[in-house]
Design a protein around this ligand. Structure first.
Ligand SMILES: Nc1nc2c(ncn2[C@@H]2O[C@H](COP(=O)(O)OP(=O)(O)OP(=O)(O)O)[C@@H](O)[C@H]2O)c(=O)[nH]1
Ligand SMILES: [Mg+2]
Length: 226
């Protein structure tokens, strides 16, 4: 029984990877760099995008917004005058707690890839499942806010290992919390040694320039992997 279940999960992930490769081919054919942005609910994904998307020098950016229900984040980001496409997993995808490659594939006809250099996919807020499903992205970034506690890398290691950049957000709250930043960074290095990290606050904009620079760097034409 157990072996059958493992086999089914493997088949689902294999099928997902096949569709993810097709998405990746479309992104590469249009020279669009794609960043999969993940976090627990409320860590600050949308806020950190609001801070940077309007001011990416020479980079034409768009967003694919993943939510279980509604378009609140898409509406926030559309005010920045960037193209935003909404995926609601509750609308035809069983209310899944993550995006998968097929959901992204079905939404691509609504994404103006030919007019973009950078597409950020804001995944559904969840610290587990999004890390298991590749969607064809080039880069995976996660946000972990200081309000979540220092132990999160130890409790959700897959997400922290899957990402090449960790944005440690809400550092403006540090004076008000019993949160040991050194302990968090120690735990982070325990599960993903040396992973790039930026300390940021979407509220005060501290560190946001480095986040903007990171996006600009990966979106440069020569940065798109062949
Ligand atoms: N103090 C403080 N609050 C923040 C910061 N960043 C985000 N917030 C607040 O945290 C809450 C959640 O922020 P969002 O940007 O909506 O978080 P999210 O990760 O996009 O949330 P979901 O899409 O629902 O998963 C909002 O009330 C923000 O104003 C920050 O740097 N400092
Ligand atoms: Mg959001």
């Amino acid at each position: 029984m157990h072996r059958v279940r493992v086999r089914i999960v493997e088949d689902v992930l294999d099928a997902n990877d096949t569709i993810a490769r097709a998405n990746r081919d479309d992104f590469d054919a249009n020279a669009v760099t794609v960043v999969n942005l993940m976090s627990a609910p409320g860590a600050g994904k949308t806020s950190l995008l609001e801070r940077v998307l309007g001011g990416l020098d020479g980079v034409r950016a768009g967003v694919l917004e993943g939510d279980v229900q509604g378009s609140l984040d898409a509406e926030r980001l559309a005010t920045l005058h960037v193209p935003v496409t909404q995926i609601e997993t509750g609308n035809g995808f069983g209310g899944e707690c993550h995006l998968d490659a097929n959901m992204v594939r079905l939404s691509l006809p609504q994404v103006p890839l030919e007019k973009l250099d950078l597409l950020v996919i804001e995944n559904v807020g969840n610290l587990v499942c999004p890390a298991e499903f590749r969607v064809g992205e080039h880069h995976r970034v996660m946000v972990c806010s200081v309000a979540e506690g220092e132990d999160k890398p130890l409790k959700y290691p897959l997400m922290f290992r899957a990402c090449e950049l960790v944005l440690v957000n809400k550092i403006d709250l540090l004076p008000h919390l019993d949160y040991d930043l050194d302990k968090f960074l120690y735990n982070l290095d325990a599960v993903h040694p040396g992973v790039e990290r930026l300390l940021v606050s979407a509220k005060t904009s501290e560190g946001v320039e480095a986040w903007r620079d990171w996006l600009t760097r990966v979106a440069a034409p020569e940065a798109v992997p062949a």
